[in-house]
Design a protein around this ligand. Structure first.
Ligand code: HEM
Length: 179
């Protein structure tokens, strides 16, 4: 897609009963941050730099596996929403994280990071979560005055081509490069 971004959504069920009965120290070890402040270990500020090289976090810790240094530099714009949807047939809470993430290229970003998290024996968090829903959405770029949403989808590359009735291009080719 030229401009815009892709939204990957995941409904991730959290096996909350076992998670809640896990000691705080174990929960923090699984994620790799302090639960109360959100800060990296040894720091007090949530926004303090996560210095992975300087810590003794083990290899299965969530923040280490998800970090750009473990994923060819891949980053994500993330937003998670907690959900609670009653109980399942066994009376367990149907609860978890509705995970939304925006990126330019899901293959090199979400997929790379998710593979790292899901890899065999990886991510101590996997014991407590289950991905139960997934979606991929193309989000066209924003609009300026006089434009309409998704305009680029209709004006490129068709604007540069003369088409037959069946849609085959007769002449011209895309003059804009994809980014
Ligand atoms: C229920 C599932 C999940 C939980 C509870 C969870 C929880 C967390 C927490 C507490 C942090 C540290 C605070 C923060 O940076 O926001 C974090 C970081 C992160 N998570 Fe997750 N996460 C989950 C699933 C995922 C998934 C599916 C992905 C991507 C495929 C992901 C990617 C990341 C990334 C990229 C970071 C930042 C790592 C860094 O510091 O560079 N997480 N997660």
């Amino acid at each position: 897609m030229s401009g815009g971004s892709y939204l990957v959504s995941r409904r991730i069920r959290m096996l909350i009963e076992p998670w809640d009965s896990t000691p705080l120290t174990e929960q923090e070890r699984v994620i790799g941050r302090q639960k109360g402040s959100g800060a990296p270990f040894g720091k007090t500020d949530e926004l303090a730099e996560l210095e992975l090289a300087a810590t003794t976090l083990d290899t299965k810790v969530h923040v280490r596996l998800a970090h750009p240094s473990a994923n060819n530099g891949a980053t994500l714009l993330r937003r998670g929403y907690s959900f609670t949807d009653g109980t399942d047939d066994l009376g367990r809470l149907d609860t978890g994280l509705f995970f939304l993430t925006y990126q330019r290229d899901p293959r090199s970003q979400f997929v790379t990071i998710q593979k790292s998290l899901a890899g065999n024996g990886n991510n101590a968090l996997n014991e407590y979560i289950q991905h139960v829903g997934s979606g991929l959405f193309a989000c066209p770029p924003g609009v300026r005055a006089g434009e309409y949403l998704g305009q680029q989808l209709f004006t490129w590359p068709l604007a540069n081509r003369r088409l037959t009735r069946s849609g085959t291009a007769l002449e011209g080719s895309a003059s804009r490069s994809r980014t």
